[in-house]
Design a protein around this ligand. Structure first.
Ligand code: FAD
Length: 328
């Protein structure tokens, strides 16, 4: 019987594992991808927007070559942290269900094994379901909900649909490296400069404007996407005009949602948060209405890495104290 099973080895899960180890808990992390899988999936060569103090587990540990780390530096930092601290993580194993047989006894089934745990921390992030446009042709192989790489698209006609920083970055990378790039964006998103509202960050927007000035990027103020075809896309502009543009690849970067199915099956209550549906939990203990089920990170009210790390740092000592009080 584990004291704690942690689902997900992102920043929240890694911090929780470290704290659990320090507290002497019998713990295990089960991760369906690789260590820090969400960071692994960032675009190759991306410089992240956070500063080191918002990304590191211990102050002063992350030492990028420039002010902010690249995907590769951050990924290496998280992987080294797991290895150097010998954290108990099983990768490429997906948790499929959690069942409570009695209070504080959870049967956790993965695609490889079954575990019993007194407590479960879901640190599953919010990348499971990329949002869709729900238009004809979206299932064509050239359409992707995830931008990874520029170079296959050099000299090809690329369309990016989206209004946040990920869409802006993809458009910039593609335009800079010689793809014939169109960014289809709502005017309100393009004109939004409020960093608190998840807009395109200014250090992405400025070079995007430069690409526009140099005619390496086209901006399309979107009403809606009508249809995606093999070699074209039909778009409706904000004024209702329909245009067909030639196209080789489409990136639909309009956000993604967590998979809350396991939590809901356990009876965990949810509510509508600022960015979508979130579990209801105590901001102090991070426990949900089901005793022994904890949540931390990107699919809660914390959208950024600092919040994910801080949540895990705060919750494990409390959980450890509760466990040791039980055994006295
Ligand atoms: C391109 C991009 C750039 C970003 N830049 C920044 C930035 O500069 N600063 C910042 O603060 N944030 C940034 N973010 C957001 C940041 O990545 C998240 O806030 C962060 O990853 C949250 O950490 P987490 O541990 O909560 O979740 P995640 O890192 O998403 O980790 C969750 C883990 O759970 C695993 N998992 C999910 N379901 C299961 C299951 N059923 N079984 C087993 N494992 C499972 C996943 O594979 C994943 O590894 C960026 C996001 C993107 C996409």
């Amino acid at each position: 019987m584990l004291d704690l099973l942690i689902i997900g080895a992102g920043p929240a899960g890694l911090m929780a594992a470290y704290e659990a180890k320090k507290a002497g808990l019998a713990y295990l992390v089960v991760e369906k991808g690789f260590i820090a899988n969400t960071i692994y999936n960032y675009p190759v060569g991306l410089t992240v927007f956070s500063t080191t103090n918002e990304l590191e587990f211990e102050a002063g540990d992350l030492k990028p070559a420039r002010e902010k780390p690249t995907r590769e530096e951050l990924l290496s930092y998280y992987v080294r942290f797991a290895l150097n601290n010998d954290l108990n993580i099983q990768t490429e194993e997906t948790v499929l269900s959690i069942e409570e047989s009695e209070p504080h006894v959870f049967a956790v089934k993965s695609d490889r094994a079954e575990y019993l745990a007194k407590n479960v921390l879901l640190a599953i992030g919010a990348m499971d379901h990329p949002r869709k446009l729900n238009v004809p042709g979206e299932d064509l192989p050239k359409v992707s909900g995830h931008f990874r790489e520029t170079y296959p698209w050099v000299r090809k006609r690329a369309l990016i649909v989206g209004g946040g920083n990920s869409a802006g970055e993809a458009a910039l990378f593609l335009a800079q490296e010689g793809a014939e790039t169109t960014l289809a964006i709502f005017r309100a998103d393009w004109e939004n400069n409020d960093p608190k509202q998840g807009c395109i960050k200014y250090w992405v927007k400025e070079p995007l404007e430069e690409e526009l000035n140099q005619h390496c990027l086209k901006l399309f103020f979107l009403g809606k996407v009508i249809e995606i075809r093999d070699d074209s896309v039909i778009l409706e502009s904000e004024t209702g005009e329909r245009v067909t543009i030639g196209n080789d690849v489409v990136f639909v970067l309009i956000g993604s949602d967590a998979d809350l199915a396991m939590l809901k099956a356990l009876g965990v209550h949810t509510e509508r948060g600022k960015y979508g549906e979130v579990p209801i939990y105590s901001e102090e203990t991070f426990e949900t209405n089901v005793a022994g089920i904890y949540v931390a990170g990107h699919f809660t009210n914390q959208r950024h890495i600092k919040g994910a790390i801080d949540a895990a740092k705060a919750l494990i000592p409390k959980l450890a104290a509760a466990l040791s009080a039980e055994t006295l």
